[in-house]
Design a binder for this molecule. Structure first.
Ligand SMILES: Nc1nc2c(ncn2[C@@H]2O[C@H](COP(=O)(O)OP(=O)(O)O)[C@@H](O)[C@H]2O)c(=O)[nH]1
Ligand SMILES: [Mg+2]
Length: 290
């Protein structure tokens, strides 16, 4: 995973160390300028978004990142106003949708405005550290990964921002996915909402539009196992506001995993898979949004 970084040799003299550092920063800067967009879905994150954007803009402007796209669902707390303020001074685009259409579709809609070859998806509530983005980008471009997942459950990561009940639900959700879709077993943090993916992978998801909350599962289903890596991070506490996680999200997630298992998992060999999928799709249409 991270061992693919080329480390500094103790025998290098000061000049060559400096030269390599300058060269690699210039390389990161050049690639980031042309290659990465960050999509941040928001719903009622007025306070949190301000802090996140400030930190993100500081980190990313140093790297010369392309720009960020904020997709807001007409939040009643006027979250979009914060984003619009930032857009006057930073490369931030604000997309305001006329109603609440859900997290998955917010990411897909954000894609229309994101021009980067790679796309980062992250929360707007401070739980995902912006400082990790350049590292994720390096892993993708230098080591050839198509999907880099910021993970709470690999060595070095932590989930201190999750309460015990949420942690239990997350474990259960991961276990269900591992059980029904064996190829997911290679990934420790299937529930992560913080990842970097090749743009073309996300483009393909327009067809699946809005099954559930966890777009990462669909991105994973399209990525060869050897092209996925996880990088540890510390999942922080929410800066303010409330989580949009709910029972409906859990139900949609379970249906989503079942649909995936009819495609690439345990149910994919069943002669009834087409009927099962059709029924599941009808069910998932009934609980749109969220
Ligand atoms: N545009 C949009 N963003 C959403 C919606 N639901 C959640 N989000 C955003 O998606 C991110 C993840 O949601 P969050 O409540 O933090 O989920 P949690 O981290 O799993 O508790 C946050 O930045 C939310 O503001 C939605 O319906 N529309
Ligand atoms: Mg969150």
């Amino acid at each position: 995973m991270l061992q693919c970084y080329r480390g500094l040799d103790v025998n290098d003299d000061a000049f060559s160390v400096l030269f390599r550092l300058i060269l690699s920063s210039a390389w990161v800067w050049f690639r980031l300028v042309t290659s990465v967009s960050v999509i941040i879905p928001t719903y009622c994150e007025f306070r949190g978004l301000k802090r996140v954007l400030r930190d993100l803009c500081t980190v990313l402007s140093r790297c010369g990142i392309d720009y960020e796209v904020i997709v807001d669902d007409s939040s009643p707390d006027r979250t979009a106003d914060v984003a619009k303020l930032f857009s006057k001074y930073y490369p931030v685009r604000v997309v305001v949708r006329p109603g609440r259409f859900g997290l998955y579709s917010a990411i897909i809609d954000g894609l229309k405005w994101a021009s980067g070859e790679y796309v980062v998806v992250m929360d707007s509530d401070g739980q995902h550290p912006p400082a990790l983005v350049p590292k994720m980008f390096l892993l993708a471009t230098r080591c050839g990964y198509w999907l880099v997942i910021a993970s709470r459950f690999v060595p070095g990561g932590s989930a201190r921002g999750m309460g015990p009940i949420r942690r239990l639900i997350s474990r259960f959700a991961t276990f269900t996915a591992w059980l029904l879709v064996p190829r997911f077993r290679a990934v420790r943090d299937l529930q992560s909402g913080f990842f970097l993916a090749r743009r073309d992978l996300l483009e393909k998801l327009r067809r699946y539009y809005g099954y559930s909350w966890k777009i990462l599962l669909d991105v994973l289903s399209l990525t060869p196992t050897g092209k996925v890596c996880e990088v540890p991070f510390s999942f922080g506490l929410r800066l303010s506001g409330f989580s949009k996680f709910s029972l409906r999200v859990v139900i949609k997630y379970l249906i989503h995993v079942l649909i995936l298992s009819t495609r690439i998992g345990l149910l994919s060999k069943s002669p009834l898979r087409h009927y099962v999928r059709r029924v599941l799709l009808i069910l998932v249409q009934r609980c749109r949004g969220g």
